[in-house]
Design a binder for this molecule. Structure first.
Ligand SMILES: Cc1cc2nc3c(=O)[nH]c(=O)nc-3n(C[C@H](O)[C@H](O)[C@H](O)COP(=O)(O)OP(=O)(O)OC[C@H]3O[C@@H](n4cnc5c(N)ncnc54)[C@H](O)[C@@H]3O)c2cc1C
Length: 341
């Protein structure tokens, strides 16, 4: 095994083009696969030291550019992201847990091409454009063309995702824009979604829909846009009847599978409910209402002693839980294997 840590993009591209090369950024997806023996890269290209960590608002182009190496933690708190692309921050803040968010990158979330990837779903609703570089040069790709199937993206061997460009222009006559992020899992942190919905709607002065973008994760082999629902909503006023029809159409537009996380029927139900909640909250002009999707509360600190056996007093899904396990055991293994969550 060979390991390289290039400091410029040109070197990274020529290393990534070599046979057997594997790019690693935060390693939060790749290392799981390596640990499970699914992959054994021969040539590691660690891109973490490339200059792709910036978030830049280009006022003249009305674009927010996010470097591929920006972490979830950065995107969740960055002023420019919160101001111009709050959906991205809302999705980033629920990825994994703090340790994961400090390492997991935007580029890795996209390149991993998981149908359940939270940030990829938010970027679908934001109509992001991806900047891809290689030895051959630079190309851009609309995000809608990026995901091919689970684990497969439009990136060719040797190509590196350099940045995500989020267009900020709003349709003419926009008076209000509201966006909401909903994620359902069987707990509130460290969880792969059963369904996640990222939605953004622009309204005019008469409260008519000028454009609506609704993206869904975990209901198909790749993140999807509900284009039929979006078309239905064009020029409509969000009356209870319109909202009910759009919510029903959302369930009809997807063909999810049943798996260990949720049944197909429950996924359709969640997609419908989240679409309804988004449109109701847009109509009311509000952030998600109480009891719907509140941002996660900061977890209470737990004193851990790696040599101890517990019991560890945790709060999970609002309930106090006492767990006995070696302090060196990973929280995720305790949640999944000991508590069956
Ligand atoms: C415990 C745990 C919890 C998690 N929870 C969530 C969650 O709630 N929501 C969620 O969406 N994800 C979650 N994840 C998945 C993961 O954290 C993200 O997908 C992460 O964003 C991947 O980024 P990374 O930098 O770690 O990628 P890496 O693991 O370094 O790479 C992932 C893949 O992308 C490729 N790659 C990485 N960067 C680039 C690039 N710039 N150009 C080209 N290819 C590249 C690599 O070759 C590899 O194939 C979780 C993971 C773990 C381990």
């Amino acid at each position: 095994m060979t390991y390289h840590r290039p400091h410029n993009i040109q070197d990274a591209c020529s290393l990534a083009a070599r046979p057997g090369a594997r790019i690693v950024a935060g390693g939060t997806d790749l290392m799981v696969r390596v640990e499970k023996g699914i992959e054994e890269p021969r040539l590691w290209v660690d891109i973490s030291h490339l200059p792709l960590h910036d978030i830049r608002h280009e006022a003249e182009h009305q674009v927010l550019e996010v470097g591929a190496l920006c972490t979830m933690a950065l995107c969740a708190t960055h002023t420019q992201v919160l101001q111009h692309a709050p959906l991205l921050a809302q999705a980033a803040v629920v990825v994994g847990a703090p340790g994961i968010r400090n390492r997991a990158t935007i580029g890795g979330n996209l390149a991993n091409a998981s149908p359940a990837a939270d940030v990829s779903c938010a970027l679908m609703a934001l109509n992001a454009e991806l900047v891809i570089v290689s030895e051959k040069g630079r190309r851009t790709l609309p995000i809608q063309e990026f995901f091919l199937s689970p684990g497969r993206s439009a990136l060719a061997h040797g190509e590196l995702l350099a940045a995500v460009r989020i267009p900020l222009h709003r349709p003419e006559h926009t008076v209000r824009t509201l966006s909401h992020w909903f994620k359902a899992g069987n707990r509130r942190a460290q969880v792969i979604s059963m369904v996640a919905v990222a939605a953004r709607t622009h309204l005019d002065a008469d409260d008519r829909v000028l454009a609506s973008a609704i993206a869904v994760a975990s209901v198909a082999p790749r993140p999807l846009r509900l284009s039929h629902v979006e078309a239905m909503l064009l020029d409509a006023q969000l009356t209870p009847d319109v909202i009910a029809r759009a919510a029903a159409a959302a369930a009809a537009e997807i063909t999810p599978i049943s798996d260990v996380r949720a049944s197909a029927e429950y996924r359709r139900h969640l997609t419908s409910i989240f679409t309804q909640w988004h449109l109701e909250d847009v109509e009311q002009g509000s952030a998600p209402r109480a009891g719907r999707m509140a941002p996660p509360e900061p977890p209470a600190p737990v004193a851990m002693d790696a040599t101890g056996e517990g019991p560890w007093e945790l709060r999970i899904n609002g309930r106090a839980v006492s767990v006995r396990a070696p302090g060196s055991r990973r929280l995720l293994d305790v949640l999944r294997e000991d508590l069956h969550l």
